[in-house]
Design a protein around this ligand. Sequence first.
Ligand code: ZN
Length: 129
Amino acid sequence: MQPITLQQQEQLKMHLLAEFSQVKEKVKTRLAVSSKPYLNELVDKVDEMNADLLIDSLIHSESHSLNIYKMQIKSIDAALQGIELGLYGLCSDCEIELSAEELFDCPTQQRCTACELKYQQQKVKGYKL
Ligand SMILES: [Zn+2]
């Protein structure tokens, strides 16, 4: 299988960054309606925060939607870090190259289909990785 080209990787990076700003907007909207003052106060700071800081700030939140956004931010950030490290597009378990098709369908994909299936099955059984 052909690895993705640098140009494709650059396009995927733009997708990821755009997705990150979209999730940030959703986080801001959700924070603004929170009943917890410390979360309301975060709204203005979200834009300046990087992924780690944002996830840390939301760590005590019990909101279901914020927890989903946190997961999304984590996977977007992992993909962006993969690009920085030159590991992007490799399955994080078996290191096989993911196809451009798979990555354009889902730029945050971290595993090949076989490993993803195994991972999901283990999650269902409640194994910790
Ligand atoms: Zn794999």
